[in-house]
Design a protein around this ligand. Structure first.
Ligand code: SAM
Length: 441
């Protein structure tokens, strides 16, 4: 579908007269495709957009040039690779380590793993199996004392689980969050007093409870002596063959006056085809015969609407009449795009991720490749546990890029080709949170 002949020549994109940021309609005119095609590319994460203050999609001219070049047949040679840089002497503690997506990405970026905390038995087995020398505390974080690390650690990071937060905001700041796992993250930051605190979470955090939740979190870090900022990362533009979004909250110690640095999105995506090239065989879930029969009829990139009407009604049941796209149902992935977000189960009815060619869910090693875990990284436990561990992880290459930025912040070495920077602001958050276009694409 992307081999469509573009009628306009590259040089036309270079001529003056176009503003540097354009709307969907202007982008469609420039690329000589329909506005729906532009919207579809945007929705599929194939072209980067930003949002205006009134929530309209905007496209940069440089991004349109990239799309023109890519979809008119000039492949940029983007290939699947687990990224790695040389080691540094900067130390990190990671809480809620899971099966090690963030920890491995940070290690690959060059950070030294000083301590990991994880309560789940199988996750700990995975970490120990792959990195016998890592210092892993297998315990509930509530029972871990971090004060022995005070003043010796550069970074405390943690993707605290996204349980339902309810932060009443009783005016007690830090104490208001007691009983939540964010409180434990903040307590670790308080006890260790690192140069940088990094919290990671799902996009939903940004709007949770009318934005009170994230506002409370930012205020707590502020209260602990940190300048705060946050940014939404999109993994498909960070060397990951998957559309997965994660919010990164950064806190930098106020006495250090550091600028915030985030990964700059790449001008390419990695397709599923590239990520799964020569993927080794491994265990995987399978469909029951009836479901297999149904999924056989869905083409690569298709979903329930590609089924005969009677089968749609039978498969979708009540959902059939409920409206909405439900594009995750009976979904078969496409070879030519990054995968949709992986979940903790590869065959859930509302978030189906069928292999593009074979009629089966993705295997464990395919899951791992899509999350950019290297092939030698093994996962412990039952099949269900392995899927859950991988589905919960931060993509390794995304964490790598974050890790590179943390090192740049610590060393004061900003790389404008790979990073973007923001200055700390005066007292950023009070009661309401300005969700500006620069923060949420
Ligand atoms: C979203 S996963 C983290 C994924 C990890 N950052 C990665 O990249 O692979 C959250 C982890 O927090 C762990 N966890 C939940 N409650 C915990 C607690 N009270 N103490 C320690 N770990 C906990 C869970 O077992 C789970 O593995």
């Amino acid at each position: 579908m992307y081999n469509k002949t573009m009628l306009i020549k590259e040089k036309e994109l270079n001529r003056s007269g176009f503003p540097s940021v354009v709307s969907v309609l202007e982008a469609a005119r420039i690329l000589n495709v329909s506005p729906d095609t532009i919207r579809r590319w945007d929705k599929k994460g194939l072209i980067k957009s930003e949002r205006s203050n009134n929530n309209h999609r905007l496209f940069r001219l440089a991004e349109l040039k990239r799309a023109y070049s890519k979809y008119s047949g000039n492949t940029d040679g983007a290939r699947y690779k687990v990224l790695k840089s040389r080691r540094t002497t900067h130390d990190v503690i990671e809480l809620f380590s899971g099966c090690g997506g963030m920890a491995l990405g940070f290690e690959n970026a060059g950070l030294r793993t000083k301590l990991l905390v994880e309560v789940d038995d199988r996750c700990v087995d995975t970490l120990r199996m792959n990195r016998p020398k890592w210092n892993i505390v297998h315990d509930d974080i509530k029972d871990v004392d971090f004060s022995i690390y005070r003043g010796t650690i550069d970074i405390v990071a943690g993707g605290f689980p996204c349980q339902a937060f309810s932060y009443a905001g009783n005016g007690k700041g830090f104490e208001d969050t007691r009983g939540t796992l964010f409180f434990e993250f903040a307590r670790a930051v308080k006890e260790v007093n690192p140069k940088i605190a990094v919290a990671e979470n799902v996009r939903g955090l940004l709007r949770h409870d009318g934005r009170k939740t994230i506002t409370t979190m930012l205020n707590v870090l502020d209260e602990l002596g940190y300048n705060v900022d946050f940014h939404l990362l999109r993994s498909q533009f960070l060397d990951v063959a998957q559309k997965r979004e994660r919010v990164i909250i950064l806190g930098t110690r106020k006495d250090l006056s550091m600028d915030f640095i985030y990964p700059k999105e790449k001008d390419y995506t990695v397709s599923l085809r590239e990520a799964l090239r020569n993927c080794v065989d491994s265990a995987g879930a399978s469909y029951p015969p009836k479901k297999k029969e149904i999924m056989e009829l869905v083409p690569a990139g298709g979903y329930w609407r590609d089924l005969p009407t009677e089968m749609q009604i039978e498969y979708m049941k009540a959902s059939f009449h409920m409206g909405g796209g439900k594009t995750g149902m009976a979904r078969r992935l496409s070879w030519d795009e990054p995968s949709l977000t992986l979940t903790c189960n590869p065959a859930q009815k509302h978030t189906e991720r069928c292999h593009p060619e074979e009629t089966r869910p993705l295997t464990i090693r395919e899951y791992a490749r899509i999350q950019s875990f290297p092939d030698p990284w093994q996962f412990a436990g039952s099949l269900a546990s392995q899927y859950r561990q991988i589905g919960n992880a931060v993509p390794v290459n995304m964490a790598y890029h974050v890790g590179r930025c943390l090192i740049a912040m610590l060393e004061g070495k900003f790389d404008d080709k790979a990073m973007v920077t923001r200055k700390p602001r005066e007292r950023y958050f009070q009661q309401t949170l300005p969700l500006v276009a620069s923060v949420i694409p």
